[in-house]
Design a protein around this ligand. Structure first.
Ligand code: PEP
Ligand code: MN
Length: 357
């Protein structure tokens, strides 16, 4: 997919961050227009609003639907902004394109469903409309790439990915855990693909939007899609995470864009240190595996089972505390040790299965 193109829209500067903003949901014509005017006054050129709202549970506000399309058109007439909305079915695509919506996005619940994505891709075949693909709710990179591929195969080239965080059962300050490693890997796999961050849905709280936006810029994201509302406290959906147009302008103005050209010698030095340490880590792991294999031979000779969970639990607790004392997250140490343990068990089984070693 090397010939993917940026979603560039005439008259919208292609400097970072590409900014898309607007309310979670279109609620009333007045709310839409007042919010859009506030954003346009700060130079925002692309306006988002959800018309069809996929809700986790029935009974919540499910959006105004096609009734909001003329309200969106009014926003364009009054402010000159480009319009963006979410589509989840072929009917949504037909209605949005029919009304002249400039940019579509596929939401996280939809991109998790290949049938729905294929239906949307089929409905879009032959169009050159830009489409944003939000990551699926689960941290599944292949599913995310699969959704992008379906659009690509339908002939679309102006595609961008939106990182909006992932459902996680681990407690955290986020509504949806960022798992930054996933969008970073997506960038490595599809370097031509524009990458935007949705700090509103990751954070779930207005005060997290500024730090998350900065992190996204530091990680080289191309743009941001942010939920903004004229009166966030009164929003009919996602009210905790919405900010006013003025707050958004302040956040964007405060972003530090580290676009330093060229690589300094200092940076090259740091990188070579990291490379050396990584090499040492791999060498150390190999030595550790060699000890595991010796243990397996001993266990085989003495008829001891491979897994002794007491010993493992104890080792995990001691190391996690040690790691914490050295400034690392407990959870991080646990994950590393779990991965090492898994490989160690695999190697022990290999020894047991091989007779006469
Ligand atoms: C939204 O953008 O309002 C939305 C529903 O987002 P997501 O699909 O990321 O939950
Ligand atoms: Mn929302």
């Amino acid at each position: 997919m090397n010939d993917l193109r940026p979603i560039s829209l005439a008259g919208v500067p292609d400097s970072r961050p590409l900014l898309i903003a607007g309310p979670c949901s279109a609620e009333t014509p007045e709310q839409l227009l007042a919010t859009a005017r506030g954003l346009a006054a700060h130079g925002v050129r692309i306006f988002r609003a959800g018309l069809w709202k996929p809700r986790t549970k029935p009974g919540g506000f499910e959006g105004v639907g096609a009734e909001g399309l003329p309200w969106m058109r009014r926003v364009r007439e009054q402010t000159g902004m480009y319009l963006a909305t979410e589509v989840a079915s072929r009917e949504h695509v037909a209605a949005a394109l029919g009304a002249g919506v400039d940019l579509l996005w596929i939401g996280a619940r939809t991109s998790a469903n290949p049938f729905a994505v294929q239906e949307i891709a089929d409905a879009l075949a032959g169009c050159d409309v830009p489409v944003l693909v939000k990551n699926p709710v689960s941290p599944d990179l292949e599913l995310w790439i699969g959704a992008i591929e379906r659009l690509y195969n339908a002939g679309l080239r102006r595609i961008a990915a939106v990182h909006r965080g992932f459902t996680s059962c681990d407690p955290s300050i986020y509504r949806n855990h960022p798992h930054w490693a996933l969008p970073i890997e997506l960038r490595r796999r599809l370097p031509a693909l524009q990458l935007l961050c949705d700090p509103s849905h990751i954070g779930g709280r207005s005060e997290l939007i500024a730090p998350l936006s900065q992190q996204a810029m530091d990680l080289g994201f191309d743009g941001l899609i942010v939920e903004a509302h004229r009166t966030p406290a009164e929003a009919w959906s996602d009210s905790r995470q919405q900010i006013t147009p003025d707050e958004l302008a302040r956040i964007v103005a405060s972003l530090v864009l580290r676009d330093g050209a060229g690589e300094s010698e200092d940076l090259a030095l740091f990188r070579s240190r990291i490379d050396r340490l990584d090499g040492e880590l791999i060498g150390m792991l190999a030595r550790r595996m060699e000890v595991s294999r010796s243990i397996a031979r001993y266990k085989r000779a003495h008829n001891i089972p491979v897994l002794q969970s007491d010993r493992y639990e104890e080792m995990l607790a001691v190391r996690a505390s040690e790691g914490e004392r050295l400034g690392m997250h407990r959870r991080f140490i646990e994950l590393v040790l779990q991965a090492i343990h898994e490989e160690s068990i695999r190697q022990q089984f290999e020894v047991l299965e091989r007779d006469g070693e």
